[in-house]
Write a new protein. Sequence first.
Length: 505
Amino acid sequence: MRRVFLAAAMIAVLVPTSAQAADRFNSTPYRNAVTVPNILQHEYKLQDIANKSGTANRVAGSLANQRTVNYIAQTMRDAGWTVKKQPFEFPYYEQRERPLFAQTAPTAKTYTENTDFQTLDYSGSGDVTGEIVPVDVTVPMDPNAPASTSNSGCEAADFATFPTGSIALVQRGTCNFSVKVRNAAAAGATGVIVFNEGQPDRSGVIAGTLGEPVSIPAVGTTYQLGADLVDAYRAGQKPAAHIKTVTFSETRTTWNVIADSPFGDPNRTVVVSAHNDSVSAGPGINDDGSGTSMDIELAKRLGTKGPFPRNHMRFLWVGAEEEGLIGSQFYVDSLTPAQKLKIIAMLDFDMVASPNYARQVYDGDGSVAGNPSGPGGSGFIEGLFNDFFTSQSQATEPIPFDGRSDYVAFTDAGIPAGGIFTGAEQLKTAEEAALFGGTVGQPLDPCYHQACDTVDNLNLKAFGEMKDAAADVVLQLAMIQGPIRDGRPVKAHGHMEQLGEKIAN
């Protein structure tokens, strides 16, 4: 899963939202055919690929990632699917040494990586010390203010009086981090601190990406750290910091793997997605080896057990997700308007076997206050997952479409989307422990984006529950003949029945 700041999930025992399907198809034979032992065979293969790579990862553009792509492609060809490897270039980023961030004035204080700060992806390398100067910040932040209240650093004019050679302190909000950092660099900043905005769900450490390389060091921090520096500056204490980052960026090539079913109406296509890369820190066997391996088995067994699919199925293993959702955006951008219209739904499976897991379902209709909704029809997909979990007497919680995984390119194109997730770096709450078991105060995946994300990091109970839910919803969408609709307006790129059109490829 892409490293960006995640808003805290709203916790609730989910009351199922009916999917309102005309028919409910029996998924038991298909679910029984998609087994955890068979999924684990693919996980062991991905681990073996990482182990033999020399770097113990499957990062996009690496030899291990290329071997991952080839393994997926060949496995799907052997299963009788039509397979295409779609190459694309992307800006590769790697942090080669642990960063240093310390306050040097008015008092000395060394900050802790991950707890207090993180290097923003695509940060430049540098070893800088300088005075910290806030830029158009909103401190204190009204806790009831909407997201993106702050416009800090979004305009070049914000830096009109910025002293060259200083470190810019900017606040999250309104524009991309890259805009803030580039404006700061153009004004002569030697480094940038981006602190969180300050609302209750926007207060933790920013673990974000700039999307493309910049020339100066850039780190993301908690709201409180930034607010303390602002207070010191306003009190005339002249806060200063030392920042050191050692990073590497270059242009690389990687691939999406696109596998099309030998059956189903091509005018009604369902896309099922996972990502084929890991971060550089480890092999990514949960993130997203779990989705990758589960999707291989979902595809291989589809049409062999249970009702024969009526709709065309396309399984998509996208590349460079960890570099900023690049492969999924490249894939959607490669589609013509007519091809987008033929996609009736998209399912995203990114991390489905977290050790300290929660059963999480994307809030497609935005029914939780503050959550953005997906395109019309996304609530229908959410309802399919909720109905299945309810049928198994399994509690769930809704999570927002937070811009963190590969559904983004699809929802931006107006395509209904949904998915399930077992959690990453978020700490398990007491409410979640009551619903799902596990350990309060520990991350849902303690090995998220770390070297320990190996086959030993997988929760097989979670894997079994999630593969069953995934299989059920894949089958429902493979069979459904009516519109994917949830009572909300359908955006411009809905499926063809809703638009009353039939568009040729």
